[in-house]
Ligand binder design. Structure first.
Ligand code: ZN
Length: 262
């Protein structure tokens, strides 16, 4: 069984305030350690649940968050380029999980809710339905029948995952108190939750169905300001625009960049 681990940082255990993502450099260094601990708990759960191969992406920002020497050596790390440019049919994996996830833009009682850009993106839709990053990834891998089997993050992210994927196993490691603060469960407890959830998910991966969305695809971003729309059209003149809504129409999604790059 081959497993892919998508990672983000907002939803990891121990990270309880927005400053830890930049404004407080010492806090961010601690967050990187917390990230590696959550990941390694997930990796142990995956192998103990029967995974034969595990690959992973450092998925937050530009992908420079991992402390490489702390990553479980059994795991193969993909580059950001490999992740974004690999065609759906070329992914040689059976299932994927998402560690450190956050809820979509506009979710109430969610820690650091956003969809791609917390500044520029107000909403994102696929064929008329709103998706956050969890749902987008489930749709992308669903193109080649790969299911999302487990998610860790704050309570809102775990709830969101369940609305997109029936049967997904979740590990909720914290609860938002307003958008920018969270109350975390103790680290050891969080790591045990993640380990057990991944192990359970991998053991039962065949029971979870992939998320299916069918062509033609209408991918839409509602930006917060007109200058962001102008920039998007500048990068891709094939986009259609209606006010702050920018639409990409595709008959085929060739890689995840098609879905996420506007
Ligand atoms: Zn992130």
């Amino acid at each position: 069984m081959k497993l892919f681990i998508m990672t983000d940082i907002e939803g990891i255990s121990g990270l309880d305030r927005i400053e830890m993502l930049g404004a407080d450099p010492e806090g961010y260094e601690r967050a990187r350690k917390y990230l590696m601990a959550d990941i390694n708990a997930a990796v142990s759960g995956a192998f103990d649940g029967g995974a034969d191969e595990v690959c992973i992406l450092d998925g937050h920002g530009t992908g420079l968050n991992f402390i490489k020497e702390e990553l479980d050596p059994r795991v193969h790390q993909l580059t950001v380029e490999e992740y974004f440019k690999t065609a759906p049919e070329s992914w040689d994996i059976d299932a994927f999980i998402s560690i450190g996830a956050h809820a979509m833009a506009g979710t109430e009682k969610a820690f650091l809710d956003h969809t791609q850009s917390s500044v520029a993106w107000f909403d994102y839709k696929i064929n008329g339905k709103s998706y956050g990053e969890i749902g987008q990834q489930a749709v992308f891998f669903g193109l080649s029948d790969i299911p999302l089997i487990m998610v860790s993050g704050d309570e809102a992210a775990c709830h969101e995952a369940k609305t997109f994927v029936s049967g997904v196993v979740t590990a909720s490691v914290k609860k938002a108190c307003g958008r920018n603060h969270a109350e975390c469960i103790p680290l050891e407890e969080a790591h045990a939750l993640i380990y057990n959830a991944v192990k359970k998910a991998v053991l039962g991966w065949r029971d979870v169905k992939p998320v299916k969305v069918f062509p033609p695809y209408e991918l839409e971003v509602v930006f917060t300001r007109n200058d962001y729309c102008d920039s998007a059209i500048g990068r891709d003149p094939s986009l259609e625009r209606e006010g702050r809504r920018v639409v990409r129409r595709l008959d085929k999604i060739t890689c995840s960049l098609d879905m996420e790059w506007f």
